[in-house]
Design a protein around this ligand. Structure first.
Ligand SMILES: *Cc1c(COP(=O)(O)O)cnc(C)c1O
Length: 222
């Protein structure tokens, strides 16, 4: 098993360096440890070294892994960073503190219903498809303004951030810069961008949270 705690320490020092270089405060960026396809023992190891925020791609996997972990560690903060089916909106609202992948109106409707029913209101980020990739989820940049309006006015949802996954084969910096611009324009404070391969660039462009999987836990099982 990789040494999770020393990898986390090394990520923190690289985050601090990138922040300082960008004239930002080192504590202005949050580390989300992406634990999809990783066993609970690896998550436990991360928790031991002070890690609090975790990202998962699938509702069911996250439920199975984190329900028992949360009994021991009630302070954990859970982020959904993968595609959410509308019929799982209720489970997602019950489980997650942040849902980063709001990307279409029928999901907005489902989330609004689930929030009403449970009285729980996770923070919601909109996923933006900056590369305009057809196979990828996310709202196109030119549709964002209208989508935010509809989420707020029609569905009563509070939107607090944006997230993106730039096209893998492209320079991420123009995409990160664009997401930061869009977030500023709409006064959204949470900017989720940057993964193992490009988080320093994301921090230099204004990321407030980065999502790191393999650089913490090593390669995933599948
Ligand atoms: C898997 C995943 C990550 C983490 O990717 P790594 O390259 O392993 O750091 C980040 N964000 C999303 C949306 C993911 O699906």
């Amino acid at each position: 098993m990789p040494d999770v705690s020393s990898r986390i320490a090394s990520i923190h020092s690289r985050m601090a360096k990138a922040a300082t270089k960008a004239k930002r405060k080192p504590n202005s960026v949050k580390l989300i440890a992406v634990s999809k396809l990783q066993p609970p023992t690896s998550v436990e190891e991360a928790i031991k070294s002070g890690q609090k925020a975790f990202g998962e791609n699938r509702v069911q996997e996250a439920e199975e892994k984190f329900a028992p972990l949360r009994e021991k560690h009630p302070h954990l903060e859970l982020h959904l960073i993968g595609h959410l089916q509308t019929n799982k909106a209720l489970s997602a609202v019950k489980l997650f503190d942040v849902i980063q992948t709001l990307d279409r109106e029928d999901l907005a409707v489902g989330l609004a219903k689930a929030i009403k029913k449970t009285g729980r209101a996770p923070q919601l980020y909109i996923e933006v498809n900056l590369g305009r990739e057809e196979q990828k989820a996310g709202i196109y940049p030119e549709e964002l303004e209208n989508f935010i309006y509809e989420c707020r006015e029609k569905h009563g949802l509070e939107i607090s951030g944006l997230m993106c996954i730039p096209p893998i084969e492209e320079d991420p910096i123009p995409h990160f810069t664009k997401l930061k611009e869009l977030a500023d324009k709409h006064r959204l404070h949470n900017i989720s961008m940057g993964m193992s391969a490009d988080f320093e660039e994301a921090i230099s462009c204004g990321a407030t949270e980065i999502r790191i999987g393999t650089a913490i836990f090593g390669e995933r099982a599948r």
